[in-house]
Design a binder for this molecule. Structure first.
Ligand code: F6R
Length: 604
């Protein structure tokens, strides 16, 4: 979602700010802007277009400011127009904001604000300006204004009369302070500053801070000065660069085997995966009698995979709930329950709110999360980190694969703790994940030409149907989401047996139906479904086991690698990720930054 960057120090602040915005592009945005000190005043430039447009505007500035803030906006309140783009200047205050100020209407009335934009953010600027008029102290004005805001926010602020100073605050939206030899930064995440410095301070919810070229002062909720320790980011520039790939999505798919191994090998003891080091002892796991998994989007699909595997292996019920439904659905979670939250970013607002709700009901909360410093990682009782590394493409690929692998490993360990799997069984699942699965994904990637040929055949279609059975249905749901989000092709995923209960009426001459046949037990049933749709004109693309019979109903075929049945549906997802990738490319879509989407959805 919105990206914030600010710099004060030696050298050109605007070029640093625009470079930081480019590094934050992956979060998704629809407009961009910057503000900088010039001649004792704060000037604002903005555009309803891409960052390249903003960079053009910066070239027209003849001074070289050394204090600036910048922003990429993902519209929530008001259309993606230049007026609604940030920064917003109100009185002496210029502000950039990520998140939502929920009580903006009351605040607007309380301060009698007359904003020119439709945004809640301009009201926040008006509030700070009103308080500043009374107290004259910028840090305290931000502090007091934030005390009156409800919702999630990270803000960066400049005051006309305080050149060289940037003020910032955060509540439930990410914000860090970057420390470098030439000056100091504020940023939404480390990616924005990593080309300049790897040293940063993680602000806590409720913190308000002031940065100048050589100082950083932080006050807490009680307005008392606090020290927050600096950390060194374990991200290197290569992690966030393309490294020769055309797109981040392609690079991230290629990283899947390495990400799975990195995540699981460090949890391996004597050939068997264990979560003891994460704080999940076998004693605890053996007592789990039911599980709830909560997540959004792709992470939710990883939860569906987990349900399939854990119910089959551990014979305990697993509920999988979309986070936004969990929050408002009065869930049955009670003290003593175990609720698992899956999230790549660890900042998804719906998932975070669901975690807080489960926690307030006394549940044990476990986060399966990729970003170690994220809010979800911090708030959960136990954080099981995936080691996928930074995921820059908006469409999640490697994070999903690793989430599925970790949930499978956790399921196997629960089964072991309960005495359902013996050591041999646990070792064999561990090997399947770190060996078979990784080899299978590499094999799929090596045969990418077959997948791009299929994309060439189907890319002009406007409706695509995915069908499968059992675990393959989970994979189909994720395949359909991937295709929709990056290629804008309408697609749906169905349990193959459901077609005849309604959807088959949509199948006409040439409709692409992509059938996933990974489950041996239901191969025959899948063949029936394929023949049924082919008889109605469907152009069937089978992504299937090697032993699946050839049939004239199948027009295109991609054989899945030989692989343990336990993990075949995870490897199949790589086929679909590449299929979506090539379809999007052929349709001329912006693969890494699909329209309207944000990488980290920090608003409910
Ligand atoms: C789709 C995608 C989204 C995310 C969802 C949850 O490719 O990336 O559906 O999976 O927004 O995000 P996280 O995992 O960061 O909580």
């Amino acid at each position: 979602m919105c990206g914030i960057i600010g710099y004060t120090g030696r050298g050109d602040a605007l070029s640093r700010v625009t470079a930081g915005l480019c590094a934050l592009e992956y979060r998704g945005y629809d407009s961009a802007g910057a503000a900088f000190f010039c001649g004792g005043d704060v000037n604002v430039i903005k555009t309803a277009g891409r960052i390249a447009e903003l960079i053009k505007l910066t070239k027209e500035i003849d001074s070289s400011p050394n204090c600036a803030i910048g922003h990429t906006r993902w519209a929530t309140h008001g259309a993606p127009t230049k007026t609604n783009a940030h920064p917003h200047k109100y009185g002496r205050v210029t502000l950039v904001h990520n998140g939502i100020i929920e009580n903006h209407a009351e605040l607007k009335a309380a301060v009698g604000a007359h904003p020119i934009s439709e945004t809640d953010s301009e009201i926040a600027a008006a509030c700070i300006d009103a308080i500043f008029s009374e107290c004259g102290d910028p840090l305290l004005s931000v502090r007091r204004a934030c005390d009156g805001f409800s919702g999630s926010f990270a803000i960066g602020v400049m005051f006309d009369c305080f050149p060289g100073m940037i003020y910032a605050a955060k509540n439930k939206s990410p914000l860090i302070v970057g420390i470098s030899k030439s000056g100091n930064y504020i940023a939404s995440d480390v990616a924005a500053i990593i080309s300049e410095t790897d040293t940063y301070i993680e602000l806590c919810d409720g913190d308000v801070c002031m940065i100048s070229p050589d100082r950083c002062v932080i006050i807490d909720k009680r307005s008392e000065e606090v020290k927050r320790s600096a950390a060194v980011a374990n991200v290197v520039a290569d992690d966030i660069g393309l490294c020769g790939y055309d797109h981040f999505m392609k690079k991230e798919i290629a990283q899947e085997p390495e990400a799975i191994r990195k995540t699981l090998l460090r949890r391996m003891s004597d050939g068997a995966v264990s979560f003891c080091g994460d704080g999940l002892s076998d004693e605890y796991l053996s007592g789990i009698e039911k599980l709830t998994v909560v997540a959004c989007g792709t992470a939710y699909h990883a939860g569906l995979w987990a349900k399939h595997y854990i119910e089959k292996t551990c014979r305990i019920p697993v509920d999988v709930v979309i986070a936004s439904e969990y929050i408002y659905g009065d869930p049955l979670t009670r003290s003593g329950d175990t609720v698992i939250f899956i999230s790549q970013s660890g900042e998804t607002a719906d998932t975070l709110s669901a975690l807080e709700l489960a926690s307030s009901r006394g549940a044990m909360t476990i986060a399966v999360v990729n970003v170690k410093t994220s809010s979800i990682a911090r708030r959960a009782d136990v954080a099981v980190f995936t080691e996928a590394g930074p995921e820059i493409a908006v469409a999640s690929t490697k994070a999903y694969t690793v989430q599925c692998a970790v949930m499978t490993a956790l399921g196997a360990r629960i089964a072991y703790a309960k005495g359902i799997l013996d050591t041999h069984g646990l070792r064999s699942v561990s090997r399947a994940l770190t060996g078979d699965l990784c080899d299978a994904i590499n094999d799929v990637i090596a045969r990418e030409a077959g997948i791009s040929a299929a994309a060439k055949r189907y890319h002009k279609s406007d409706d695509v149907y995915f069908i499968g059975r059992g675990a393959d249905v989970c994979a189909c749901l994720e395949a359909s989401l991937k295709l929709k989000e990056i290629s804008y092709v309408h697609s749906e995923a169905y349990a193959a047996g459901e077609l005849k209960h309604g959807t088959i009426s949509l199948i006409t001459d040439g409709t692409p139906v992509i059938a996933l046949v990974g489950d041996e037990k239901t191969s025959d049933k899948m063949m029936n479904a394929i023949r049924e749709v082919a008889a109605r004109g469907a152009d069937v693309f089978a992504v299937c086991r090697r032993d699946f019979p050839r049939d004239e109903a199948i027009k295109t075929r991609f054989e899945l690698p030989a692989c343990s049945d336990d993990v075949l549906a995870i490897a199949a997802q790589t086929v679909f990720q590449l299929f979506a990738y090539h379809t999007a490319k052929l349709r001329g879509c912006d693969v890494d930054k699909p329209r309207n989407l944000a990488k980290s959805v920090t608003v409910e």
